[in-house]
Ligand binder design. Structure first.
Ligand code: OAD
Length: 246
């Protein structure tokens, strides 16, 4: 396929690569995407539960949803999409993964520089002291969980609708995007801002952008290449073209 060869060449030539991912890269691992009916839990939409208001109103309900998602994600493994992204590091370019996903699968696949702009479902944060700790207990022994230090409620260390992104992480993501000569955008509907604006920074600075998504998105018209493929399929094809072992 001509596009695969062109993209592989762009990857070989690149010195700074940003891989910007969304729920679609984890779909083939079994993580449900948000926009689509599999995103539903009971009768709730994520926009109803992933908010500070929902947590203030009913922390137990919000934690039951996160506990369900943690149970669902815990046994899942990275797929060829994540493995291709991790293998890019062996080509010698500087690779920064900027992900909207909270599932931790890029780390499991072996990527080393990961900016989690929407947080991580395996971390909890004390609502009183702001302390962030890793917590991989599945299922959670207490719902909602409380801080072992001060007894205040714990919340998932993720970004909810209406909240700002973690500033340090976001600044590093913006910086990497504006310095990248190549960005691979994989599996995002590109509708949730500010994250969805990142590819613009790469294009504006003269970098090239590849979109990998079986469906068109608002980005499709502006990117350099739009590959209508699943992340795993594209990952396998590009890895083969580049001689990467995934
Ligand atoms: P979405 O669920 O909005 O979009 C998933 C995208 O993945 C869609 O464009 C699908 O076409 C595409 N897709 C599905 N299967 C795929 C596959 N096998 N390979 C590649 N692409 C595939 O997920 P996000 O764009 O990540 O935010 O959503 C952005 C944010 O909205 C999330 O981080 C979350 C959410 O609500 C917060 O919770 C703050």
């Amino acid at each position: 396929m001509r596009e695969i060869k062109e993209i592989a060449k762009a990857i070989r030539e690149a010195e700074r690569i940003v891989v910007f991912t969304g729920a679609g890269i984890s779909a083939e691992s079994g993580v449900p995407t948000f926009r689509g009916k599999e995103g539903l839990w009971k009768r709730y939409r994520p926009e109803e539960l992933a908010t500070p208001q929902a947590f203030a109103r009913d922390p137990k309900l919000v934690w039951e949803w996160y506990n369900w998602r943690r149970e669902l994600i815990a046994p899942l493994q990275p797929n060829p999409g994540h493995r291709f992204v991790a293998a890019l590091e062996t080509l010698g370019a500087q690779v920064t993964v900027v992900t909207q996903n909270i599932d931790g699968l890029h780390k499991k696949a072996g990527s080393t520089v990961i900016e989690e702009v929407h947080g991580n479902i395996w971390q909890v944060r004390c609502t009183k002291e702001g302390t962030i700790t890793e917590n991989t207990q599945v299922p959670l022994p207490e719902i909602p969980p409380h801080c072992p230090e001060c007894g205040a409620l714990l919340r998932p260390n993720v970004v909810w609708f209406g909240e700002a992104l973690p500033q340090d992480v976001w600044m590093r993501a913006l910086d990497a995007a504006s310095k990248a000569d190549l960005m691979l955008v994989i599996g995002t509907s590109a509708v949730v801002y500010p994250a969805a604006g990142l590819p613009e920074n790469t294009l504006a600075a003269g970098g090239r952008v590849v979109e990998i998504n079986p469906d068109p998105t608002p980005l499709s018209g502006t990117v350099t290449w739009s590959l209508r493929m699943k992340a795993g399929e594209a990952g396998r094809a590009l890895a083969e073209e580049l001689g990467l072992n995934i």
